[in-house]
Design a protein around this ligand. Structure first.
Ligand SMILES: *Cc1c(COP(=O)(O)O)cnc(C)c1O
Length: 431
């Protein structure tokens, strides 16, 4: 199987984190998001330990919580002792109300409004990651009004194309994110940040993209960033304390994706960074990384119930499920690959092929095309694997479909982390 938390039991049912998925579908109903808490903790520890092993003291991962945000994940991240990335008032509120220590939070976003900035500061967010001169001035002004000194990183665009999907590539010079080095904007931003009295510059941030399988784009970006740090030091005397390399390490969605050894990748990046720092004769700053997807994706699975099975003779087959683009828009957005398994007949031969589609009034409401399956019947349970990242957080209410609940699996136990929405919830704000 694609991940070691998935298997098939003696009933021929797919299991996830040791649980029978058909039984979970009966107990909680479908569509249903499942999250394997032990797998999340395992990934966090791999990053945390590898960063402690290879990088200078103080180096830590941050969970990019846009990948999966609910109060319970902030409690888990807090217990594991790593930092968190937040990008909106909603994420700040969720983290804060879950008791996350806000000094360990980094606030991202290319267009933070004045009210976002004020809310983040009043919530005690440790670092802002600033994206533009307008923002630096606004953060300085609001910090002054609140009588605070705000720590920050500057988001720098190193000019890297990581050869991933265009919509998830963020590090090129013409990106909407950050200050490009090439045009001189990055250096001007350093000078501006150092000149503003209510700001305290902690260092620099970059993020080149997502679903990246090689170390090279990270190494290229990191080398460019170290070169920039060295230049800034020579020109202004300012030496960065923190260097954040962003997120983006890939995950295995289908068998043809490579298996990634995160510890090994971090070791490769560290080796290149140490060499470069030595060459530039600078001390390597504390390193931060921001994994989102790679901490939670394969900790997730979505269960659906099969509704209609439609065979258009001479053309194609459709299997319609009781969810779709509302709980997983990623095929509609990026044609993302997913592994789909008929969970209630997981031991049967896959002698049927179909598009697995959702229930929305859109032809593009597709979970996956050309899926080999045993021929399903109405009532069978379908599992879509590796849905722990960018599914629940990207879910919508299109067609007024309520969002599925999130059930966490831990040490043989199952518990609700997010309740199923009701139609009353959906209309709560209607007047
Ligand atoms: C999305 C994002 C991440 C996380 O990316 P993953 O591919 O999920 O690891 C990290 N940092 C920033 C700034 C991001 O925008």
């Amino acid at each position: 199987m694609i991940c070691d938390n998935i298997s098939i039991n003696s009933k021929g049912h797919l299991t996830f984190a040791g649980h029978d998925t058909v039984e979970l579908a009966e107990k909680y109903g479908t569509p249903l998001y499942l999250m394997d808490e032990n797998k999340i903790r395992e990934h966090i520890r791999i990053y945390k330990n590898a960063m402690a092993e290879f990088f200078p003291e103080g180096s830590l991962p941050e969970f990019a919580s846009k990948a999966f945000s609910c109060k319970q994940i902030y409690r888990i991240v807090k217990e594991e002792g790593i930092n968190v990335d937040l990008v909106s008032m909603g994420e700040i509120y969720a983290a804060k109300s879950a008791g996350f220590p806000m000094e360990n939070a980094f606030f991202h976003g290319n267009n933070k409004t004045d009210s976002d900035i004020k809310y983040a500061m009043e919530s005690g967010v440790g670092h802002f990651v600033c994206d533009s001169a307008d923002e630096l001035n606004a953060v300085n002004r609001i910090a002054g009004e609140l009588g605070k000194k705000q720590k920050l990183l500057l988001r720098i665009t190193p000019g890297i194309d990581p050869h991933t999907h265009k919509k998830i590539s963020t590090g090129s010079v013409d990106s909407k994110f950050g200050f490009p080095i090439e045009t001189g904007a990055a250096k001007n931003a350093v000078k501006l940040a150092l000149s503003l009295e209510n700001l305290e510059l902690s260092g620099f941030h970059c993020h080149v993209g997502s679903q990246i399988f090689e170390s090279d784009p990270f190494i290229d970006a990191a080398e460019i960033m170290l070169g920039f740090i060295s230049e800034v030091k020579n020109e202004t005397g300012y030496m960065a304390k923190l260097l954040n390399l962003g997120g983006g390490l890939g995950v295995r969605y289908v068998e043809s994706d490579p298996v990634i050894d995160y510890r090994e990748k971090i070791g490769e990046i560290a080796a290149a960074l140490n060499k470069m720092a030595e060459k530039l004769n600078i001390k390597l700053p504390e390193i931060l990384m921001e994994p989102g997807r790679s901490l939670v994706a394969d900790a997730g699975m979505t269960l659906y119930t099969v509704g209609s099975v439609k065979e258009i003779e001479g053309y194609k087959n459709y299997v319609s499920v009781d969810g779709g683009m509302t709980d997983n828009p990623r095929f509609a957005l990026y044609e993302s690959p997913y592994t789909v398994i008929l969970a209630s007949k997981a031991d049967k031969e896959c002698d049927f092929k179909a598009s697995v589609v959702g229930r929305c009034c859109e032809s593009g409401d597709i979970i996956q095309e050309n899926v080999p399956l045993p021929k399903p019947c109405r009532g069978d349970v379908i599992a879509v694997l590796t849905t722990g990242a960018y599914n629940y957080t990207m879910a919508s209410h299109y067609n007024r479909i309520p969002k599925p609940p999130v059930v966490m699996l831990k040490d043989g136990q199952d518990y609700v982390a997010v309740k199923r929405e009701t139609v009353e919830d959906l209309c709560k704000l209607d007047v």
